[in-house]
Structure formats: structure tokens, C-alpha cells
Design a protein around this ligand. Structure first.
Ligand SMILES: NC(=O)c1ccc[n+]([C@@H]2O[C@H](COP(=O)([O-])OP(=O)(O)OC[C@H]3O[C@@H](n4cnc5c(N)ncnc54)[C@H](OP(=O)(O)O)[C@@H]3O)[C@@H](O)[C@H]2O)c1
Length: 427
């Protein structure tokens, strides 16, 4: 099993390394058509939701409003590939709606304005087509990747607009499809492990780390990152995922489906850091697996923050979540000297710059379990809903991506020239 997964991953990586990802840097043209205020109404294809619910709420349209550069530090990306995360499923059903609406536009909460249509999709790999005046690190034609913050319109669309800080140059040695599998899980894992777990490249070599739920998107990335940093990594997963996680570098694997997982882990040496992708009951037994009174840390990605604000309202929900976090943090530090923390996704282009180096040096492989064309986004959601992820599910937004991007840039140039001629004639 291990060798099958490994063969599969290395084939994907070798193919990616052999194939060229042609940059459009030579065709340097700003997307004037969208940056001029008068042409803000241009349309694009996208999957939108107009109300929260099950898969039936996903609607394809060719008339979604194309996002435009509205501040000097923003840039617009033509999306070549996107990927799905459990958050997309949850957001489709309304998870976090109140908090995200507030973050999107505080005035809309006061005015009762609708947030719809919402575009889901938290990962993007694509090509820059327009830059604000103060964007210094990117130019039209650059191949980039990014995690799209949940409060912004997502990447299941032809275009997405982000700030320069949220974007990073895409690794050269992988395709857009492979690249799109990484940014959101990478940003989450880095935020949890670095900010929450106090780990980094220099400090991880003598650390024992436990990852619960190591076979999904965050887990498969975190194993590889921690191995690249030299940590000793133990993973919990189903028996049939053992080959995958060992292939990615896991030192020890515990099958949670074969008996009491806590009992099996208790027989091992204690851990410095636990990254919990499962939550719930795991929290109760995981704290006892940490080295006491030695600065060890438990970070869970399964937090009640957004569900609390959904059910209790913005103020009560936030206060309630804050009290829960403080209570658990204080209890654990007093009783055993371990730090209890919540891991939260944080947008961070510079973090992704570090990840790019690890991908281009072959230390981190994209783990793409399934791919869907843009026409089959509902099927991609159905796949995710079945659970048992082994890495990521990716959506190919631009099928023949390089050609389409080139044509787009040429169209934009032509439109821009026509506009310039019109202005000249008027003068
Ligand atoms: N706080 C944040 O900002 C943030 C950001 C990203 C993700 N998250 C959350 O973090 C969690 C992990 O995300 P993800 O993208 O990695 O999810 P995922 O891709 O769905 O992976 C979950 C994995 O856990 C395995 N699993 C299920 N039950 C398990 C158990 N009891 N013990 C061990 N493994 C188990 C699943 O496979 P099997 O069922 O086949 O075992 C699957 O491989 C999700 O709950 C997600 O919502 C939070």
C-alpha cells in the first residue's frame, strides 16, 4: 500500500517537473478593462450560492460580477484551478455566516444587506491579470497561488481579487491543478504549528509531534512540512490510509479504527506538540499525551468560534467562545503545564513563499485525490461530503489554462487599444 501511494505521488511530481508551466510574463498588459470605474460591470463565469443549504443551492452563472482592483495594493488573478476544503461544505450550509458577513462589510450587518450571491472556494492557482498602482511584488502574467480568506469572494470563478500580501508566486515545478491543492491547508497548518505550536524550521528537529486525522488535507501537508523541518511525526488515521501517510514521511502510525486509539498512544513516549484535526472527544484524552511542565502545546483546528456566533449571535457567541478558550487554557496550564490553543487559518503570502521553496525542492508533494472540471463543481462537493479524504479535491477552472490566459490578455489588450483609440478620436 505504501509503495502504491508513493509511486502515485512521485509519478505526479515527476510529470509536473517535466511539464512546463509557461509564464505569460512576456505578454505584459494591464487589465484596463476592469480597472476603469466605467467598466466595473464586466461579467464572469462562477458557481454562486444565493441561499444556504445542501448541494442544490450551487448555481452556475456566466453573469457573476467580475471582481476588480479597488485599492492600490490589490491584484486580480485569472483562476486556473481551485480546491475544496471542509469549510466550503460548511459555508454552503451557512456556517460562519454572521461573523463572515461582519468581516466582509460591517455596514451590511447594520443595514441588513444580503451577502448573496456568495462564491465559495478557498484556494487559487492562476495568473495575475491586473495590479493596483502600489503592487510591487507581482505583475500581470505572473503565475501565483493563494488562499482566499473566507470573508472574500472565492475561487470557484474565473477571477478573484486579493491583496498583494495574500498572494505568492506559484511553485514552478507543479501544475496549477497540483498547486491549488496546497495554499489553504498550508496557511492553516503554518498558522497552527508556528503561531500556536511555536515550531519552525530551526526548532523542530528534536520535537515529537502528534497529528490526529493525518490523512486529510491539513494532515497530509503537515506531515510533510514537519518532516522537512526534522520533527518526529506520529499520525492517527484509518488503516487504509497508513500507506499514504507513511509515504509522506510519518514515523509512526496509529490506526484509530482498530481499538482504543488513546490506549495505543499512551504506550508511546509523550509529545511536545499535538495538532488536532478531529476535535470532539479527542481533546479529552489528547492532553494527557503531552509532556507535562515542559512548554508542550495542544492546538485544535476544530473550534466553536463561528458556530457559536451563528447560534448565539455575534456578541454573545464571541464572548462565549472567548470564555471557553480561556477556561480550557487556564485549566490545562494549572493542572499539567500544557498550553491549550485554537489553530485558525490566517492569510499569509510570505508563509506561502516558504512553502513554494519546499515544493520546488521536492520536500512537499501535492496530494491530489480527485480532480473535477469546472462544469462539475456540485459533483466535487458530493465527493467531499462523502468524507474519508485522502489529500485534496481540486477543480480545474480553466481547462486549457495557458491558452485561455493568453487569449484573455490579448483580448484585454485589444479592448484597451480600442478604448485608447476612442479617447484619441474624441480628443
Ligand atoms: N480552524 C481553522 O481555521 C481550520 C482550517 C482548516 C481546517 N479546519 C478543520 O480541520 C479539520 C481537518 O481539515 P482537513 O481539511 O484536513 O479535513 P479532511 O480533508 O476532511 O480530513 C479529515 C481526515 O480525518 C480522517 N479522520 C476522520 N475521523 C478520524 C479520527 N477519528 N481519527 C483520525 N482520523 C480521522 C478522515 O479519514 P477517515 O474518515 O477515512 O479516517 C480524513 O482523512 C476539519 O475539521 C476542518 O474543518 C479548521
Amino acid at each position: 500500500m505504501a509503495s502504491n501511494w508513493l509511486r502515485c505521488l512521485s509519478r505526479a511530481h515527476a510529470a509536473a517537473a517535466g511539464g512546463s508551466t509557461r509564464s505569460l510574463a512576456g505578454v505584459c498588459c494591464r487589465r484596463h478593462v476592469c480597472s476603469s470605474p466605467s467598466s466595473r460591470q464586466s461579467c464572469m463565469s462562477a458557481w454562486v450560492v444565493d441561499q444556504y443549504g445542501s448541494n442544490g443551492v450551487l448555481r452556475f452563472t456566466e453573469e457573476a460580477t467580475a471582481p476588480t482592483v479597488r485599492s492600490p495594493t490589490e491584484l486580480t488573478i485569472q483562476v486556473h484551478a481551485a480546491s475544496l476544503n471542509p469549510l466550503d461544505l460548511a459555508m454552503r450550509g451557512g456556517y460562519g455566516a454572521k461573523m463572515l458577513k461582519l468581516r466582509r462589510d460591517p455596514m451590511s450587518v447594520m443595514d441588513g444587506d444580503s451577502e448573496f450571491p456568495v462564491i465559495l472556494g478557498r484556494d487559487v492557482s492562476g495568473v495575475v491579470v491586473d495590479c493596483g498602482a502600489e503592487v510591487t511584488h507581482f505583475a500581470p502574467g505572473d503565475e501565483v497561488w493563494a488562499a482566499v480568506p473566507p470573508w472574500k469572494q472565492g475561487s470557484l470563478a474565473e477571477f478573484v481579487t486579493l491583496t498583494e500580501y495574500e498572494v505568492s508566486l506559484k511553485p514552478e515545478l507543479v501544475s496549477h491543478t497540483e498547486a491549488a491543492s496546497i495554499p489553504y491547508v498550508a496557511s492553516t497548518a503554518l498558522s497552527a504549528l508556528v503561531s500556536g505550536g511555536g515550531l519552525c524550521r530551526e526548532s523542530s528537529s528534536n520535537k515529537r509531534v502528534l497529528i490526529t486525522g493525518g490523512s486529510g488535507g491539513v494532515g497530509t501537508f503537515s506531515i510533510q512540512l514537519l518532516k522537512a523541518w526534522g520533527a518526529h511525526v506520529t499520525v492517527t488515521c484509518s488503516q487504509n490510509a497508513e500507506g499514504l501517510v507513511r509515504g509522506l514521511g510519518a514515523d509512526e502510525v496509529v490506526d484509530y479504527t482498530s481499538g482504543d486509539v488513546a490506549e495505543q498512544l499512551e504506550m508511546m513516549e509523550k509529545f511536545d506538540v499535538i495538532l488536532d484535526n478531529i476535535g470532539g472527544e479527542t481533546e479529552q484524552w489528547a492532553m494527557g499525551l503531552l509532556k507535562p511542565w515542559s512548554g508542550s502545546k495542544y492546538i485544535t483546528l476544530v473550534t466553536p468560534l463561528l458556530s457559536n456566533t451563528d447560534s448565539l449571535g455575534l456578541l454573545d457567541g464571541t464572548v462565549n467562545a472567548g470564555i471557553t478558550l480561556c477556561t480550557k487554557a487556564v485549566q490545562n496550564i494549572i493542572s499539567s503545564g500544557v498550553f491549550y490553543r485554537w489553530g485558525l487559518y490566517a492569510p499569509d503570502g510570505p508563509f506561502l513563499d516558504e512553502v513554494r521553496k519546499l515544493v520546488d525542492s521536492g520536500k512537499i508533494l501535492p496530494v491530489v485525490e480527485a480532480q473535477f472540471p469546472f462544469s462539475q463543481v456540485p459533483q466535487a462537493f458530493q465527493k467531499l461530503e462523502l468524507g474519508h479524504a485522502r489529500g485534496k479535491t481540486v477543480v480545474r477552472v480553466a481547462e486549457n489554462d495557458t491558452r485561455q490566459a493568453e487569449e484573455l490578455v490579448q483580448d484585454v489588450c485589444a479592448e484597451s487599444e480600442r478604448g485608447a483609440q476612442g479617447t484619441a478620436q474624441q480628443n
